[in-house]
Write a protein that binds this ligand. Structure first.
Ligand code: ASP
Length: 607
């Protein structure tokens, strides 16, 4: 037997027992004729004491960090207790020990805080995973997956696996492809999601499906994305949007309750997509704080009267002017304000500048544009935005899309600076009534400026009352016209996202389930009937054999775990993640293939 107890288990009540522990040497401290060793396993740390005789043995053959050892002896009460450790009241007086396996000195310290850089830790991920923070994260992930399964099982869902070697899927990213040795010159694609399979399972009659499943998307890896990631993928038959929202906010309440011991609201608040964009600037608002956008002027429509004519060209010529009121920040110094101005000018934000009004506690208004704006104008803006004495008003001006995005970012930045985005506060909501289509400048259709692409994916159902808009209008956007005036811009979908703390944690939709409407959708997306048949013929065919009305959702499981763990990084919740360039630093993958293997796959590499 290697051990009688784990390193996290022994308490004062165990004093006097003869036990055996096994684990990794975390720290060694020598005091004269005594040596203290912290022995670690995934359950905790226990202090071992080596007295005179064994100490001499240790001098002859020293232990080192990360040696795997086994030690037997008696549990005794510590004179010098450590209240930080659950085992801190006792220590193990070692009578016998054995080195089970020596270890090379690890390239970084394996403790709560480490000195290792990101790349080094990725290369030696198996060592980094020994650290308690990462162990805690993976245990949290396991608890979360158990809570998900528990809830869905109670609700009558069935977990069904779907294949990985498939054909192109419709989530709009690039596919990872796998060459087929047995079918020369042909390739499988890895699923970007099991979307079509789960819809087919509905046609098969499994009316409540789920799967915790790996998805693969060959995207440029913006911050905190992974080429392979995990979804909680779900689908239901004979449901309306309302049914889906109910079931899955229930799931989230269950998971947060089980894993984070937090009660999420019942019901979740809801915002329409339009409202979210108007009030927060984006469709994943962080509700942990207010600081809503004030829409002074939008696409040349003036909401704050005084903006008709301020005498300041930046405001008068701008298509859109938005503001946020930062509570209690009127005492921002010139230096801080200059720094904020630089912040909005960064290429990621891309604004020309930042206009501010400090509303001083004595009631005076001080602005960066004092030269151009009268006190009367400033005071009308302040009233429109309902700023209070002591507040700082920040204004952005430009084209709507860009200004909204920038205002959303600025709001989050100010939330950070004011410490309003607390990691242990969770504010979920549903964003509903998404637009069905999104405008894309790329791959314009002939005779059109740009094209319409599915905002969610091509199986999302339009709201029933908007179907005529879709089937009675051409998808082409005539040159010289504005896409925002095209009828497709007004079509809303039965699609919804779940958002927590400013992060999209899940999204889904009610699906099209009639062949006819699905074909019309492909036409709207500019797919020829031939292309549609080639790509999704199997689904169109299945819709002819009695497809039930259905809808579903998928949650980003890695992201959900990161939120539950109060972290910004999904990598910390994946056992073996890839770096920003999509590389596995430990395996050194991707890697070239041997010539023989290429030949077998009928592949000749281009220069
Ligand atoms: N397949 C979709 C996605 O991965 C989710 C869904 O519509 O259920 O985003």
């Amino acid at each position: 037997m290697y051990r009688t107890h784990t390193c996290g288990e022994l308490r004062l009540s165990d004093a006097g027992k003869e036990v055996t522990l096994a684990g990794w040497v975390q720290r060694i401290r020598k005091f004269g004729k005594m040596t203290f060793v912290d022995l670690r396993d995934r359950y905790g740390i226990t202090q071992l004491v080596f007295q005179e005789k064994l100490n001499a043995q240790l001098d002859a053959q020293p232990l080192n960090r990360e040696y795997v050892i086994q030690a037997s002896g008696k549990v005794v009460e510590r004179s010098n207790k450590n209240p930080q450790l659950p085992t801190g009241d006792i220590e193990l007086l070692v009578q016998y020990y054995e080195i089970l396996n020596p270890a090379r000195t690890p390239p970084f310290t394996i403790e709560e805080e480490t000195d290792g850089g990101e790349d080094l830790r990725m290369k030696y991920r198996f060592l980094d995973l020994r650290r308690q923070p990462l162990q805690r994260n993976l245990l949290l992930r396991y608890q979360a997956s158990r809570a998900v399964r528990e809830y869905l099982d109670q609700q009558g869902f069935v977990e069904i696996e779907t294949p990985f070697l498939i054909k192109s899927t419709p989530e709009g990213a690039r596919d990872f492809v796998v060459p087929s040795r047995m079918n020369p010159h042909q390739f499988y694609a890895l699923p970007q999601s099991p979307q079509t399979f789960k819809q087919l399972l509905m046609v098969s009659g499994f009316d409540r499906y789920y799967q915790i499943v790996r998805c693969f998307r060959d995207e440029d890896l913006r911050a905190d994305r992974q080429p392979e990631f995990t979804q909680i993928d779900c689908e239901m038959s004979f449901v309306t949007q309302e049914d889906v929202l109910q079931v899955f906010e229930g799931m989230m309440r269950h998971v947060f309750n089980k894993v984070a011991h937090v009660a999420l609201p019942d019901p979740f608040p809801r915002l329409s997509w339009d409202e979210a964009i108007w009030k927060y600037g984006n469709d994943k608002p962080d509700l942990r704080f207010d600081m809503l956008l004030h829409n002074l002027k939008v696409r040349n429509r003036v909401y704050c009267e005084v903006l008709h004519q301020t005498g300041f060209h930046v405001l008068d010529q701008a298509e859109t002017v938005l503001a946020i009121v930062v509570p209690g920040a009127a005492d921002y110094t010139r230096k801080q304000l200059d720094e904020l101005t630089e912040w909005v000018k960064r290429p990621q934000i891309g604004m020309q500048g930042l206009l501010y009004i400090r509303y001083l506690p004595d009631g005076t208004l001080k602005s960066s544009a004092d030269k151009y704006l009268s006190q009367d104008v400033l005071s009308k803006i302040q009233q429109f935005c309902e700023a209070q004495p002591g507040d700082l008003l920040l204004m952005l001006a430009g084209r709507e899309d860009k200004t909204r995005k920038a205002a959303a970012e600025l709001r989050l930045e100010m939330g950070n600076r004011l410490g309003l985005r607390k990691k242990d506060v969770f504010r979920p909501l549903w964003v509903v009534d998404f637009p069905l289509f999104e405008y894309s400048e790329e791959e314009a259709l002939p005779g059109s400026v740009g094209r319409w692409v599915a905002r969610h994916h091509p199986f999302t159902a339009p709201r029933p009352e908007h179907i005529p808009l879709m089937i009675e209008n051409s998808p082409l956007i005539p040159p010289g016209s504005d896409y925002q005036d095209h009828p497709f811009a007004r079509i809303k979908a039965n699609a919804y996202d779940m958002v927590i703390n400013g992060q999209e944690v899940g999204g889904g939709s009610i699906r099209i389930f009639q062949r006819d409407l699905q074909e019309k959708m492909f036409v709207a997306l500019g797919l020829s009937p031939e292309e549609a048949r080639q790509k999704f013929g199997f689904l169109l065919g299945a819709f002819e054999y009695g497809a039930p009305p259905h809808g579903g959702i998928a949650f980003g499981f890695d992201r959900l775990c990161a939120i539950l763990g109060g972290s910004d990084s999904i990598r910390d919740f994946i056992a073996f993640p890839k770096n920003n360039a999509g590389r596995d630093m430990m395996l050194d993958a991707p890697a070239p293939l041997e010539e023989a293997q290429l030949k077998e796959l009928h592949i000749c590499l281009r220069k």
